[in-house]
Design a protein around this ligand. Structure first.
Ligand SMILES: Cc1cc2nc3c(=O)[nH]c(=O)nc-3n(C[C@H](O)[C@H](O)[C@H](O)COP(=O)(O)OP(=O)(O)OC[C@H]3O[C@@H](n4cnc5c(N)ncnc54)[C@H](O)[C@@H]3O)c2cc1C
Length: 221
C-alpha cells in the first residue's frame, strides 16, 4: 500500500483558526487576519476541544492511494463526505495478476498457496472471457475483492477526524485501519494542531463505543 498526500489547502491551520476566531469575536475579519500564529493556534485548539468542528471544514486534503484491495475501497467510499476518483475496471484492462494477501493468509504456507492458486485461476478466467470478446465491464465480474486498485480521495479535516475515529480503532478491518493510520501520519505533518488529538474514540473522547473490554486500549467503564 502506498499513500501520498498530494495536495492540501495552503495555510490550512491559519484559515481554520481565523474562522474559529471569527465565530468568537467582535473583531473584523481584517483585524483577525492580522493576529499572530500563536494566538490563532490557541483559539483553534480552544474551539476544537469544545467540539466546534465546522471550522476545520475549510481545510481539505487530497491523498493518492495505490496498491490497495477493492475490499478496502468498498469500505472507504462509504465515507460520503468526501470526493473520490478510482481506477476503472471498465476502461482499464487488468492484465497483471495483482492482488492483496491478508496477513492471516500469508502466514500459513498451505493456505497462502491455495489463495494464490485461486487468484491465478480468477485472472485466467478473466483473460479467457476477454479473449472470447466479453467486454472489460463484464469480464471483471470474475475478479476477486482482493484485486488491487488505485484511488484518489479528498476529504475536509472534519470528515477526516470522523474517518480516523472510525477507522483507526482496533475494531476496524486491518487494511483500512492501516490506511487510516498512514493518512493520519501524513496530515499530522502539515496540520498538527487540527489533528493533535485525532484517532479512535478511546483517544479523542476517552470512550469505547464498541464496548470492547478485551481491547488493550479499553478506557474503562
Ligand atoms: C468497525 C466498522 C464496521 C462497519 N460495519 C458495517 C456493516 O456491517 N455494514 C455496513 O453497511 N456498514 C458498516 N460500516 C460502515 C459505517 O456504517 C459507515 O457507513 C461508514 O463508517 C461511514 O461513516 P459515516 O457515515 O460516519 O461517514 P460519512 O458518510 O462521511 O458521514 C459523516 C457524517 O455525516 C453525517 N451524515 C452523512 N450522511 C448522512 C445522512 N444521509 N443522514 C444523516 N447524517 C449523515 C453523519 O453524522 C456521519 O457520521 C462499518 C464501519 C466501521 C467503522
Amino acid at each position: 500500500m502506498e499513500v501520498k498526500l498530494i495536495s492540501f489547502t495552503p495555510n490550512a491551520e491559519r484559515i481554520c483558526a481565523i474562522s474559529a476566531a471569527l465565530t468568537h469575536s467582535n473583531a473584523s475579519p481584517d483585524e483577525i487576519e492580522k493576529m499572530d500564529d500563536k494566538t490563532l493556534k490557541n483559539i483553534l485548539l480552544h474551539v476544537l476541544e469544545r467540539g466546534h468542528l465546522s471550522v476545520v471544514e475549510h481545510a481539505s486534503f487530497t491523498f493518492a492511494i495505490s496498491g490497495v484491495s477493492r475490499v478496502l475501497t468498498h469500505q472507504l467510499v462509504r465515507h460520503r463526505i468526501a470526493s473520490y476518483s478510482q481506477q476503472s475496471q471498465r476502461f482499464v484492462r487488468l492484465e497483471e495478476v495483482r492482488y492483496v494477501t491478508p496477513p492471516s493468509i500469508s502466514r500459513d504456507d498451505n493456505i497462502r498457496k491455495r489463495f494464490e492458486d485461486f487468484m491465478r485461476k480468477a485472472w485466467k478466467e478473466y483473460k479467457a472471457l476477454l479473449d472470447a470478446g466479453i467486454p472489460e465491464e463484464d469480464a471483471r465480474y470474475v475478479l476477486p475483492n482482493a484485486a488491487k486498485t488505485n484511488i484518489i480521495v479528498t476529504m475536509n479535516a472534519r470528515s477526516l477526524l470522523n474517518f480516523f475515529e472510525l477507522r483507526c480503532c482496533l475494531k476496524a478491518q486491518w487494511e483500512i485501519r492501516k490506511l487510516a493510520n498512514m493518512m493520519l501520519k501524513e496530515v499530522k505533518k502539515v496540520a498538527p494542531t487540527i489533528f493533535k488529538n485525532a484517532g479512535p474514540p478511546c483517544k479523542t473522547r476517552g470512550i469505547c463505543p464498541e464496548k470492547d473490554r478485551d481491547c488493550p486500549f479499553y478506557p474503562g467503564d
